[in-house]
Design a protein around this ligand. Structure first.
Ligand code: NAD
Length: 355
């Protein structure tokens, strides 16, 4: 066994069906009694129900959470939190809403109770991505990790099927990269493989019946494990490509991850055969070919298969390749400009992924 360092995560996690009913108890446990509720405009109703359930312990809500956490939105939320003298936030939503809660932890010192309703996996990480003047920057700071995470399977029932599929593939990408991370360790690898297994089981079941409680539960459980992986070890080429493409062409987050996953897997296969074998095993294949297993999973999920379908112009391929090889993240296979250009061109057109 290789030497390793393992650091545990201190967030409290409450998981199940109907767990939203534990929120008041969790707010009290945190010592808060002036909570600001965070949502997106699309989830205002859920936010209002939640605020009502907290009675006098909720002092207001801020419903403008936006993808990639623009700093001007954060500033408005900070000023609302200060006006209301809030002492904590409760975020209900996906990565965008939880991102806003993280920004408030950093800028206003407010602890966050996160209630994730997608599988994106921001809730267990100390990572905050923010945008300012069209530029996205990412920081890691333990102060932004939510204090408490309430996973309630019931809240994921309304997540549209297409978003469920792409969001789950986004989660799987965290586990894939954890399996070959330079700072990986045996505990995180166990979580990563189990996360892929749980999501690999959930996706076909959800496709057959989006209201299956068992499949929704498997998916959320898998998403939790994948989020722990993302928050614990370094990410590589897959995440670098998605950040580059998302930032340069304003592509949708989960869909971009879904398209890139099989290509990043195929690229890294020659240099990370053990990780790929674990992915294959988690997805029920005994030939060690994790990249093909992921490509088949994405295809059968009906996920978008080409960057051109997400709105990326063909003329952007060279620019994306140039940016992706600038300050590359560590990667098991060297990140070479020509090979990366070919990868992006194949992903743009939706051609089969090759190593
Ligand atoms: P999102 O949070 O932007 O949500 C997409 C839309 O779906 C929103 O309108 C939201 O209100 C709606 N929605 C969410 N859950 C729903 C539900 N159950 N039913 C109906 N509608 C629902 O999307 P996302 O993919 O979860 O998050 C993407 C953002 O999260 C990006 O900005 C990304 O950078 C960030 N992110 C950050 C980390 C991190 O560790 N910092 C990790 C993953 C993602």
């Amino acid at each position: 066994m290789k030497d390793f360092v393992y650091s545990g995560v201190s967030s409290r996690v409450v998981f199940g069906s109907g767990t939203l009913s534990k929120l008041a108890e969790e707010v009290e446990r945190l010592g808060a009694n002036r909570v600001l509720v965070l949502t997106t405009p699309q989830q205002v109703e859920q936010g209002e129900t939640l605020a009502t359930s907290l009675g006098g312990n909720a002092v207001g809500s801020f419903n403008d959470a936006t993808m990639h956490t623009p700093v001007e939105v954060t500033e408005r939320a900070v000023s609302k939190a200060r006006d209301l003298d809030a002492d904590a936030t409760v975020s209900i939503g996906g990565g965008s809403t939880i991102g806003l809660g993280k920004a408030l932890s950093l800028k206003a010192g407010l602890p966050q109770i996160a209630i994730p309703t997608t599988y994106a996996g921001s809730e267990m990480t100390p990572i905050l991505g923010q945008t300012e003047a069209g530029r996205k920057t990412t920081l890691r700071d333990d102060r932004v990790r939510p204090a408490t995470v309430i996973y309630d399977v019931d809240l994921t029932m309304t997540l549209p099927l297409s978003m469920s599929m792409t969001s789950a593939l986004n989660a799987i990408a965290h586990s894939m990269e954890a399996l070959y991370a330079p700072d990986g360790n045996p505990v995180i690898s166990l979580m990563a493989e189990e996360g892929v297994r749980a999501l690999g089981t959930a996706l076909p079941a959800l496709k057959a019946d989006p209201q299956s409680v068992e499949a929704r539960s498997d998916a959320l459980y898998g998403a939790w494990l994948c989020s722990l992986c993302l928050g614990s070890v370094s990410m590589s080429l897959h995440h670098k490509l998605c950040h580059t493409l998302g930032g340069a062409f304003d592509l949708p987050h989960a869909e971009t991850h879904a398209v890139i996953l099989p290509y990043a897997a195929a690229y890294n296969t020659p240099a990370a055969p053990e990780a790929m074998a674990r992915i294959a095993r988690a997805l029920g294949r005994d030939d060690g070919d994790g990249a093909t297993a992921l490509a088949e999973l994405a295809k059968s999920a009906g996920a978008p298969a080409a960057l051109k379908d997400l709105g990326m112009p063909e003329s952007g391929i060279a620019l994306a390749a140039d940016q992706a090889v600038e300050n590359p993240y560590w990667n098991p296979r060297p990140v070479e400009r020509q090979a990366i250009g070919e990868l992006i061109a194949a992903a743009w057109a939706g051609r089969p992924a090759t190593a």
